[in-house]
Design a protein around this ligand. Structure first.
Ligand SMILES: [Zn+2]
Length: 66
């Protein structure tokens, strides 16, 4: 009970529990691999065309009309 609890976080990429330690330079990620995966997602989001969302709304409207 006297042992201090190590703060842990969940890796944003794989949800694995990661100890929040100074030596873990990839935190909050569990590894360099997961950090790179997350960076890749950010890059992909920048390439999303705003018009794509409009087409999705059109699909929903068509389902409502039918
Ligand atoms: Zn991970």
């Amino acid at each position: 009970m006297s042992k201090p609890a190590t703060k842990t976080v969940n890796c944003p990429s794989c949800q694995k529990e990661v100890a929040w330690l100074e030596e873990n330079k990839y935190r909050p990620f569990c590894s360099k691999r997961c950090k790179l995966i997350d960076f890749g997602d950010w890059a992909a989001e920048k390439h999303i065309i705003p018009g794509k969302r409009v087409s999705t709304e059109d699909d929903e409207n068509q389902e409502t009309l039918q």
